[in-house]
Design a protein around this ligand. Structure first.
Ligand SMILES: Cc1ncc(COP(=O)(O)O)c(C=O)c1O
Length: 357
């Protein structure tokens, strides 16, 4: 190991000494009693549901259930309002505005840059290679004494590919800040998660989400796995009740549905193959990038015109045609069999501009 990682040096000094807000549910954690401590409504909720009580701030029951599923101890789990919340909290915990820096590897998920920009944190961009892999040497060369986080997305959005294991390992071993591996799409690949390496690398942070494979984007719950010390810091700086009661209830139920999740993933993977095959047969398609996610990055002859045409057909895909290294590409989420077939039928009817003219 060539790094000298020390969490206390990575955190902003005032975060280390910060006294967190102590909520009513922090001070008394029992379930039985007459609760006159949190200024709640004792009669119930306007909806008829029992939403009148504040939820568990640390989601202990969920973490107990999630721990064996992810094979990680509960004290290494943080749950956020989507994985966008830990992205924001990690930035805030480590980066002093106007001073510290993060490294991102474009083309990649946009929130790392947005979060840094919101907090006036400087961003160093190190492009992926032409085959969307990490240029390890360039990344390590871009590190400065003020660099706090390197953001790695694997499988990467919007390119869909997994980043090489050796590249991530080299960065973990040679960078003394946090290396965040965002695995939002991990359920769609056969590659193992980096969660299994948390013990070995105290500077490793892994993000996952319930928004994709689990089909729970609407309840907004993301997962962050890291050292117990870092998890304690995230708990200290998060809004006290960041996961709502209905979200916690839905999640507790959802965690019983692993088989359903696995079945949906299998269906999505099957549809991914079918959609790839159908797209390949279209003359307007130039290239379909290999994917380990639930979407395809597809290069078209006339991406912008195809995008506008699909919108007129009320089929909405994501225009990535002006994104670095994705020129001419649209990102297409794998839909149901029926949705994919409607998409393909529409694309078959697309009239290329040069033909209309
Ligand atoms: C790579 C990546 N990370 C994180 C997220 C955000 O997920 P969440 O819904 O958990 O905030 C997304 C959403 O598209 C994503 O693509």
């Amino acid at each position: 190991m060539n790094n000298s990682f020390d969490l206390n040096k990575i955190l902003r000094p005032h975060i280390l000494t910060l006294a967190p807000y102590s909520s009513a549910r922090d001070e008394y954690t029992g379930h039985v009693g007459i609760f006159l401590d949190a200024n709640e409504n004792p009669y119930g909720s306007v909806t008829g549901e029992n939403y009148n009580r504040y939820p568990d701030p640390y989601q202990a029951e969920i973490k107990q259930k999630l721990s064996p599923i992810k094979q990680v101890s509960p004290d290494r789990i943080f749950l956020g309002n989507g994985s966008d919340e830990p992205i924001d909290l990690l930035t805030r915990a480590t980066c002093t505005p106007g001073q510290d820096r993060v490294i991102i590897l474009p083309p990649t998920y946009g929130m790392y840059e947005v979060s840094a920009s919101i907090h006036d944190v400087k961003i160093d961009k190190v492009s992926l290679t032409n085959d969307y892999q990490i240029d390890t040497e360039a990344v390590l060369n871009a590190v400065t004494p003020l660099t706090k986080i390197i953001w790695i997305c694997s499988p990467n959005n919007p390119t869909g590919n997994v980043m090489q294991h050796d590249a991530i390992q080299t960065i973990l071993e040679n960078f003394s800040g946090l290396v965040v591996v965002d695995e939002a799409y991990i359920d769609f690949t056969n590659e193992p998660s980096w969660i299994g390496h948390l013990d070995k690398y105290p500077n490793l942070v892994v993000l996952q989400t319930f928004s994709k494979a689990w089909g729970l984007a609407g309840i907004r719950v993301g997962m962050c796995f890291a050292s117990p010390e870092l998890i304690r810091i995230l708990n200290k700086i998060k809004p006290p009740y960041n996961i709502s009661l209905p979200a916690q209830q839905a999640l507790l139920e959802g965690l019983n549905g692993i088989e359903k999740k696995d079945k949906m993933v299998a269906d999505i993977l099957q549809q991914r193959d079918a959609l790839t095959e159908m797209l390949q047969s279209l003359p307007i398609v130039v290239k379909i990038h290999p994917t380990d996610a639930n979407f395809l990055l597809v290069q078209f002859e006339e991406a912008k015109a195809v995008m506008d045409y699909l919108i007129r057909e009320t089929i909405i895909v994501r225009d990535r045609s002006r994104v670095h290294l994705c020129e001419g590409c649209l990102r297409i989420t794998v839909g149901t069999k029926e949705e994919n077939e409607v998409l393909i039928e529409s694309l078959k009817k697309f009239q290329p501009r040069n033909v209309i003219a």
